[in-house]
Design a protein around this ligand. Structure first.
Ligand SMILES: NC(=O)c1ccc[n+]([C@@H]2O[C@H](COP(=O)([O-])OP(=O)(O)OC[C@H]3O[C@@H](n4cnc5c(N)ncnc54)[C@H](O)[C@@H]3O)[C@@H](O)[C@H]2O)c1
Length: 348
């Protein structure tokens, strides 16, 4: 950006679902940004996207970066490509907003963190749930001690039959895994943020592939059961150094009554809480007493995540989902998969 009243020039890599629904629509409406280019390995897809937003289309990332010299890049490609696309954008001098998960492995996420530090650029991850007002309130209350010592946290990111019917979400080599790395990671990040990222001592987990290979249709369309190579349900327990535990349940398909559950519960020795909508309560002689409550869960969390990133790029000291925290979440995801695959307790 050449002057304070000049718009940030933005490019998007990966012109799919989230690029359109979140990134392009945000940059289009934001007074501080101008979408100048989009890249997709399917040139036709990039061109359709570019026509809609009045920007240039590319099918090669390096060519886009060398031609347009954007200030900011949003990485919205499948998980497998986050590492290479983030490193390319940082090397070209861009600030980067990368979709979750950060990468496929913790080693990649660490390299991305170091590259951002070296380039002195903002690298933020789109863990947007932590920007919900519910999560911000809960973080403040946990830090202030309203819940006392939080010793059991229950994280749920469950779908009864919600295998994504688009993209490559059922392909382990392109995604790195199933519901854990796709939706479980969101609630895990929100829970860890609220808890203040306590150190994890060990991880145990069990994963299953029971329904994704025998069903082929659900609330997010159809998929090919023959090429379903990710887990369809996973259950993990994290033990913290402080003695507390976090139990995580996540699924793309599981025979549960609810169509979908995305929530976290915190149990402390003074009070308990549910995250969405934020509700803090305790027991008074057998009666549930509400201490604090938001009526409705904040639905502007994605907008807030993008907005915080742009403000940070412009120099405001606002919080974003930092590269360091992205690395820590990736480490946990990796340990959970290792514990499930090897059937052992993984010490961290
Ligand atoms: N934060 C959220 O809530 C959220 C929601 C949806 C998706 N996501 C993340 O966003 C990413 C994309 O998901 P999606 O639902 O938009 O998928 P999608 O399949 O709709 O879009 C991905 C796009 O990337 C393109 N692509 C594939 N390989 C590429 C390459 N090498 N170079 C450039 N483009 C390439 C594909 O052609 C496709 O158009 C994933 O990492 C996913 O986890 C995040």
């Amino acid at each position: 950006m050449s002057g304070s009243d000049t718009k940030l020039r933005v490019a998007i890599i990966g012109a799919g679902n989230v690029a359109e629904r979140v990134h392009a629509s945000f940059y289009h409406d934001c007074v501080d940004t101008e979408l100048v280019g989009v890249c997709d390995n399917r040139l036709e897809q990039a061109q359709m996207f570019a026509n809609k937003y009045g920007c240039a289309a590319f099918d090669d990332v390096e060519t886009l970066l060398a031609t347009l010299h954007p200030d900011v890049v949003s990485v919205c490609s499948p998980n497998r490509f986050h590492h290479q696309h983030v490193l390319a954008a940082l090397a070209a001098g861009c600030h980067v907003m990368c979709e979750k998960p950060p990468a496929m492995t913790s080693e990649e996420a660490h390299e991305m963190l170091l590259a951002a530090r070296k380039a002195r650029k903002v690298l933020a991850y789109d863990f947007h749930h932590r920007f919900a007002l519910d999560v911000q309130l809960m973080r403040e209350q946990v830090a202030a001690g309203t819940l006392g010592e939080v010793y059991v946290t229950t994280v749920k990111a469950l779908r009864r039959c919600g295998v994504p019917g688009w993209g490559v979400f059922t392909n382990k080599s392109l995604q790195g895994g199933g519901p854990l790395i796709d939706i479980g990671i969101h609630m895990l990040d929100a829970a860890m943020f609220v808890l203040g990222f306590p150190l994890v001592k060990s991880v145990t987990a069990h994963s299953f592939r029971k329904l994704g290979t025998i069903k082929n249709t659900g609330q997010f369309g159809t998929w090919d059961p023959a090429s379903f190579t990710v887990e369809d349900a996973l259950f993990a327990t994290l033990e913290f150094n402080n003695g507390g535990i976090l139990r995580l349940e996540t699924s793309f398909a599981l025979n549960i009554p609810e169509q979908s559950v995305m929530n976290v519960q915190f149990c402390g020795d003074k009070a308990g809480a549910t995250l969405f909508p934020a509700h803090i309560y305790h027991d008074d002689a057998g009666e549930l007493v509400t201490l604090m409550q938001r009526e409705v869960a904040d639905d502007q969390r994605h907008f807030r995540s993008m907005s915080a990133f742009v403000d940070r790029v412009k120099g405001s000291p606002v919080a974003v989902a930092e590269a360091q925290q992205g690395y820590e979440i990736q480490r946990l995801v990796e340990a959970i998969y290792a514990a499930a695959e090897q059937g052992v307790t993984i010490a961290l």
